[in-house]
Design a protein around this ligand. Structure first.
Ligand code: SAM
Length: 282
């Protein structure tokens, strides 16, 4: 069954008596090549368990099932579950779970299904909740090998931005703590039904197996990033002093110690710089 075919999508949904639910960010893929490309590129290990978020009617799920050992797909919309039972019937390596990915115990889920397999995440994410889902995955402590997500093109630009660029922000600096992101390809709005207002892009984040950075005080590292980007037009010194209990002299000394100028703004600092700054201030 071609699950990217518009007539097939409409027929499956009409048979199930449901329509697209905007509140769940339902924009389904209608260009077959896209789920194939995402599935091809989401991990290098075919023996992986893939955690898919939001399978919809299963167009990406089936491509994942063909390529990888096992797929566990978490879908919030109860109305889609009977459709997925139908479309995934021929794949005995797919498990569909009707739940909210923001509420699922990720470690318990992985423990239950992974049987020692490496676990990668792959998803065409609902746009309304992209960043919270990504942060939840990163902060879960689960050892995912990679996270491959289709997201709004502008958000993708932020995830892969370099320090000093206008797209570089708190999320970029925090993401750098967990792994390396690269943009795989852009997907135009016309590849979805209903068509969203903006284009999308697929980003793959390869997570560090072992932590690359080990700040002496992780909370301070995060607080510094938050402070720097909450007031990104201020100098780093002023932004930090406005939010954290350090004197101007102490902050300036730390900024100099990590090799930056007195007037540097936080947006110029890499993840590694923020770790060094936190260590200097610890
Ligand atoms: N994977 C399908 C595709 O590529 O055509 C659908 C992608 S659609 C952009 C996002 C999917 O995520 C929808 O099926 C939606 O119901 C589901 N979803 C939205 N919020 C969710 C949540 N919190 N937990 C799990 N699934 C969610």
């Amino acid at each position: 069954m071609d699950l990217c075919n518009l007539s097939v999508i409409r027929e499956l949904m009409s048979d199930a008596g449901i329509t697209f639910r905007k509140e769940f960010g339902q924009n389904f893929l209608t260009n077959r090549i896209i789920p194939e490309d995402i599935a091809d590129n989401c991990t290098d290990n075919q023996q992986s368990l893939i955690l898919e978020i939001g399978p919809g009617i299963g167009c990406l799920t089936q491509e994942l099932a063909i390529r990888y050992k096992k797929v566990v797909a978490v879908e919030i919309d109860r109305g889609l579950i009977p459709i997925l039972s139908r479309t995934m019937a021929e794949y005995d390596n797919v498990t569909v779970i009707n739940d909210d990915i923001m509420k699922v115990d990720l470690q318990a889920l992985v423990d239950e299904y992974s049987e020692g397999m490496p676990v990668a995440v792959c998803a065409n994410l609902p746009y309304y909740i992209t960043t919270p889902i990504l942060m939840r995955l990163l902060e879960s402590g689960v050892k995912f090998t990679s996270i491959t997500i289709m997201i709004q093109n502008e958000v993708a630009a932020r995830l892969v931005a370099k320090p000093g660029s206008s797209d570089y922000g708190a999320i970029t600096a925090v993401l750098g703590y967990y792994g390396e992101a690269k943009k795989l390809f852009k997907v135009s709005a016309g590849c979805f039904v209903p068509a969203p207002k903006v284009d999308s892009a697929v980003v793959r984040i390869d997570l560090y197996r072992e932590p690359k950075y080990t700040p002496k005080n992780e909370k301070l590292f995060r607080d510094l990033i938050k402070a720097a980007f909450e007031m990104r037009r201020k100098t780093l010194q002023n932004a930090v002093c406005a939010k954290l209990p350090y004197s101007k002299d102490v902050v300036l000394e730390a900024i100099r110690a990590i090799g930056h100028t007195d007037t540097v703004r936080g947006e110029r600092l890499s993840t590694e710089d923020f770790v060094k700054l936190a260590d200097e201030l610890s």
